[in-house]
Design a protein around this ligand. Structure first.
Ligand code: FAD
Ligand code: NAD
Length: 477
């Protein structure tokens, strides 16, 4: 293996591994360095997303949803009753682990197939064109690589609360919360954000009493208000105990339990838990990455500062993904990776930050793209709104899941789609059509004139588009 490359990518998460693959497709001699090990002792590619994020959490969401449905006789109306439903937690977790192994192994295979060199170790940038590979355990450098370009894709790590330190057992982060050996009786999650809702749902479905302590007074402030209201109603109905305006100060461990202290309405409260997940956001990860004399600029929150072409303050070094801020999403990181690889290969590249979908994989699923009604009002933009409940859609009835609605916001003069908000069955899949429509600068009329297959849930988008001009056909206007 030569030590000289066209491109060194540091970090093999969805930002870094995708950038490396695209660069190799474009003929760049590329190496990707990653310091993560999986559950065994083997290096594991795929970053947070594949190892302890997107994929394992979705595996647990899927399994736990099946369990709850069978356990609560959720198929009774289909004429299917069940008896003796049992939870085999080790097997459920084992399935998740196998899935992670399969997918992380798949990236090694893709690297080989595309001629990307893969090196296990910690990358440390020692000059604008040099990266030292350090053994994460001993801290000793093993080799120095040289390249014309470097991409930093080192991702993020969970934020901790100063007086609630992680102990890997009772007070844990989202990674440990994917691996409980038994279902905790009382589970408290600090933060009712995406992780709190997804992992809170997993363990509630499997039998925990789940309380979410959220500092903000509003539930899901980034989501459309109507969607957030409906989501909160559904989650409370399911048994999630959501406490808003609850700012956690500290947690004390007794023998077998944790006492969590928080303030709400200027009063002091406590909550007792067997396990406590801290899910209050993630922070950029740049530990051991930069030499002390590095001139790569970081902002006040530790994110690497980049220009609109993802260049850091050192022109040969780019940065992408969670480490540069913006929405901490795998698909955002990957698209940035593709764009930067193309720029380095001499092509033009741009990304539509206005059309990045956000999804919460709970039940009901929540998905949106573009701006909310409140954001548009605050920006003084006039818009028309069309919404349709899934109860108006035949396929939703066939599924036995008519919860939720689709809402489309379109410019009042141009009719251009400015935002699409969905809560309900398969929202994560349905949002794709809305993203495409926005990417093509489509109008609600475009969606209304697009033929949607019947019977499908996508007809909800069609009807919502018709509803923008009060001409929905399957509800009384
Ligand atoms: P990462 O995936 O964090 O990868 C960075 C990699 O770089 C890591 O493997 C790290 O070990 C390695 N590294 C760091 N420093 C060095 C160094 N100096 N040298 C070598 N290697 C280094 N996003 C979604 O879009 N959809 C989801 O459903 C979703 N679910 C999530 C669920 C959970 C529980 C969590 C925690 C996150 C989830 N996310 C989801 C967010 C998503 O995982 C991140 O946005 C995404 O992984 C960011 O990709 P990245 O490539 O920037 O960084
Ligand atoms: P988040 O930002 O979604 O939610 C954190 C919540 O914690 C916020 O609502 C915040 O107000 C609250 N909080 C902060 N300090 C608090 C305190 N002291 N007491 C009580 N509440 C407090 O962050 P997250 O849920 O940790 O997720 C991290 C990142 O991972 C997110 O940026 C998200 O985009 C990504 N992620 C995405 C998905 C997905 O796409 N489905 C799933 C999981 C995670």
């Amino acid at each position: 293996m030569s030590n000289s490359y066209d491109l060194i990518v540091i970090g093999a998460g969805p930002g870094g591994y995708v950038a490396a693959l695209r660069a190799a497709q474009l003929g760049l001699n590329t190496v990707c360095i990653d310091s993560r090990k999986g559950k065994g002792t083997k290096p594991a590619l795929g970053g947070t997303c594949l190892n302890v994020g997107c994929i394992p959490s979705k595996a647990l969401l899927e399994s736990s949803e099946h369990y709850e449905q069978l356990q609560t006789q959720g198929l009774k109306s289909h004429g299917i009753t069940t008896q003796g439903v049992e939870l085999d937690l080790p097997r459920l977790i084992g399935r998740k682990n196998k899935l992670v192994d399969r997918l992380t192994g798949g990236i090694s295979m893709l690297f080989k197939a595309n001629g990307v060199d893969s090196i296990y170790g910690q990358g440390k940038i020692v000059s604008p064109t040099q990266v030292e590979v350090v053994d994460p355990l001993t801290g000793k450098p093993s080799q120095t690589l040289t390249a014309d370009h470097i991409i930093i894709a080192t991702g993020s790590e969970p934020t901790s609360l100063p007086d609630v330190p992680f102990d890997g057992d009772r007070i844990i982060d989202s990674s440990d919360a994917l691996d409980f050996s038994e279902v905790p009786r009382r589970l408290v999650v600090i933060g009712a954000g995406v992780i709190g809702l997804e992992l809170g749902s997993v363990w509630r479905r499997l039998g925990s009493e789940v309380t979410l302590l959220e500092a903000m007074p509003d539930f899901l402030p980034e989501a459309d208000r109507q969607i957030a209201q409906e989501a909160k109603k559904q989650f409370i109905r399911q048994g999630l105990n959501i406490k808003l305006g609850a700012r956690v100060a500290s947690a004390a461990q007794q023998k077998d339990e944790i006492t969590i202290s928080y303030s709400s309405n200027q009063e002091h409260h406590t909550e007792i838990a067997d396990k406590l997940i801290v899910a209050i956001g993630r922070r950029p990860f740049t530990e051991s990455l930069l030499s002390p004399d590095s001139s790569i600029a970081l902002d006040d929150n530790g994110f690497i500062v980049v220009d609109p072409q993802w260049r850091t303050s050192v022109s040969s070094i780019y940065a992408i993904g969670d480490v540069i801020g913006g929405p901490m999403l795998a698909h955002k990181a990957s698209e940035e990776g593709i764009a930067v690889a193309e720029l380095i290969a001499g092509q033009k590249a741009a990304l539509s930050y206005d059309a990045i979908p956000s999804i919460i994989y709970t039940s009901p699923e929540i998905a949106w793209v573009g701006r909310t009604a409140l954001q548009l009002k605050n920006d003084g933009i006039q818009f028309n709104e069309g919404s349709i409940p899934f109860a108006a859609i035949g396929r939703a009835h066939a599924l036995g899941n008519t919860t939720g609605f689709v809402k489309i916001l379109a410019h009042s003069e141009t009719d251009r789609i400015l935002g699409v908000h969905i809560i309900g069955p398969q929202a994560s899949e349905l949002i794709g059509e809305a993203v495409l429509a926005m990417e093509f600068q489509g109008s609600s009329e475009d969606l209304a004139r697009t033929i949607h297959a019947h019977p499908t849930l996508s007809e909800a988008l069609h009807e919502a588009a018709l509803a923008v001009e009060d001409r929905a056909l399957h509800r009384v206007n």
